[in-house]
Write a protein that binds this ligand. Structure first.
Ligand SMILES: [Zn+2]
Length: 186
């Protein structure tokens, strides 16, 4: 059976076809990422190097926080995901700085007619304690995305000794982004 269009859906369809934004001009997106923690890799979060004997394995720098934020922004703009834009099969992105991914994604999102309203994120890591690095991490994300630091939130928590994060075997990051439509979409 063909679903009956509600008046709100009809309005959405009409505004989509006329090129103006549907959904009231706001878009939310979510992203997450996980990397295995291994000995001898640098621990980098949003471009900030954190001294620790282990770091995330990965094709790029394994920056789980930057990757999760990229996916939240791309998701909010319905522009795919980080893997589709920076495939880990490409030698171009081998050991690439993920701050570069953040910058590029910021440009893509703006290019698609959106302004970034805010980004919120949570890092799951058993060790080391991240509190003293958080101000620098926020500053780096804000700079990469052209935002004020108040538009960027970074929280850190441990895994309470449970699952891969809690056992120190993985780093996890979750992120949410809100976009505002700034220009009619093509
Ligand atoms: Zn990643």
């Amino acid at each position: 059976m063909k679903p009956k269009l509600t008046s709100a859906r009809r309005k959405n369809r009409a505004s989509l076809s006329s090129g103006s934004p549907a959904g009231g001009g706001w878009r939310a997106g979510a992203g997450n990422d996980v990397h295995r923690m291994v000995a001898g890799r640098k621990l980098i979060l949003a471009g900030v190097h954190i001294p620790f004997p282990k770091g995330p394995a990965g094709h790029s720098d394994g920056d789980a926080l930057a990757h999760a934020i990229c996916d939240a922004l791309l998701g909010a703009a319905a522009l795919g995901d980080i893997g589709s834009h920076f495939p880990n099969s490409s030698p171009r992105w081998r050991n690439a700085s993920s701050i570069l991914f953040l910058r590029r994604v910021g440009e893509m999102v703006r290019g698609a007619g959106f302004q970034i309203v805010n980004v919120d994120s949570t890092i799951g890591l058993e060790q080391p304690k991240l509190a003293r690095f958080v101000p620098r991490i926020r500053k780096q994300i804000a700079a990469a995305l052209g935002l004020h630091r108040d538009q960027v939130s970074v929280k850190a928590k441990t895994g309470e000794g449970l699952d891969a994060v809690g056992l120190g075997e993985a780093i996890r990051a979750d992120a949410v982004a809100l976009l505002q439509v700034s220009a009619p979409q093509a």
